[in-house]
Design a protein around this ligand. Structure first.
Ligand code: C2E
Ligand code: CA
Ligand code: CA
Length: 249
């Protein structure tokens, strides 16, 4: 199944969108975290049908919520695996999903991990260009862990960098982590990209990231990844909280 974790505008703290995260409930093993099964799915080739299901199901869920007026205009982020990135059918598959679900491409953001892009940067650059031509957004995930070549980074037609959570989690205690986060925000902005921090677990970290100019925040501080039904109530209560904070007319 899919869970959704909100991503907020750092300045306004309004929900900007959510990331779809895969969950596997196995009758014998219980809840198996994606960190344990994604690489197995990659090795066995099962990631292709799983990844295709994730893309279609997430867009379908999103448009169902749009129809109920719950998440008008909110962005949906979907993770793509290395096998999907290399798959020559990916672009056609995405065209079909956008057509069938009526998902507006500008509201869909595809997350590609830095190491996957840098595995074969020339091919990845072409694939990213083909995806961008459909009008979707592209973010580099786990940024800071994948030995990016800055020469390639400036050539990728991407929209966003997601600072890896390993730097964000301890940035208040570790000055080296804080310096890396600061440098990634500056690098992203210099290249005209938005910067998202993930792994934001507490308010002081959120405040520091906002002061550093980080654009968007994601983490347990705001919500854990939650099932679709809970996501609906999260959005409704978030909207109410925002309304209550407005000064009286
Ligand atoms: P990711 O894309 O970097 O996703 C963020 C992970 O950080 C998620 O773990 C999320 O639950 C966790 N997280 C969010 N906020 C916090 C926080 O404040 N603190 C901490 N400690 N962790 C936080 P999750 O859901 O277990 O997913 C792990 C990884 O599995 C994902 O990392 C992604 O690489 C992969 N994955 C998940 N769903 C999919 C999918 O549909 N397709 C593909 N290809 N990979 C997926
Ligand atoms: Ca991700
Ligand atoms: Ca990540």
């Amino acid at each position: 199944s899919l869970h959704y974790q909100p991503r907020l505008n750092a300045r306004t703290r309004k929900v900007q969108g959510a990331e779809a995260l895969l969950r596997w409930k196995n009758p014998l093993l219980g809840q198996v975290p994606p960190g344990e099964f994604i690489h197995v799915a990659e090795e066995s080739g099962l990631i292709k049908p799983i990844g295709a299901w994730v893309l279609r199901e997430a867009c379908r869920n999103w448009m169902a919520l749009e129809a109920q007026g719950v998440c008008k205009g909110l962005e949906l982020s979907v993770n793509l695996s290395v096998a999907q990135l290399a798959d020559p059918e990916l672009v056609d598959e995405l065209i079909a999903v956008l057509r069938d679900t009526r998902m507006p491409p500008a509201q869909l953001e595809l997350e590609l991990t830095e190491s996957h892009l840098m595995d074969n940067p020339v091919a990845a650059q072409q694939k990213v260009a083909a995806l961008k031509a459909l009008g979707v957004k592209v973010a580099i995930d786990d940024f800071g862990t994948g030995y990016s070549s800055l020469a390639y980074l400036k050539r990728f037609d991407i929209d966003k960098l997601k600072v890896d959570q390993s730097f964000v989690l301890g940035m208040l205690e570790d000055s080296a982590d804080a310096a890396i986060v600061h440098a990634v925000i500056a690098l992203g902005h210099t290249l005209g990209l938005k910067v998202v921090a993930e792994g934001v677990e507490n308010l002081p970290t959120a405040q520091t990231l906002t002061a550093l100019g980080c654009d968007e925040l994601q983490g347990y501080c705001f919500s854990r990844p939650i099932p679709l039904a809970e996501w609906v109530s999260y959005l409704r209560s978030h909207a109410l909280r925002k309304d209550r904070r407005r000064p009286p007319l």
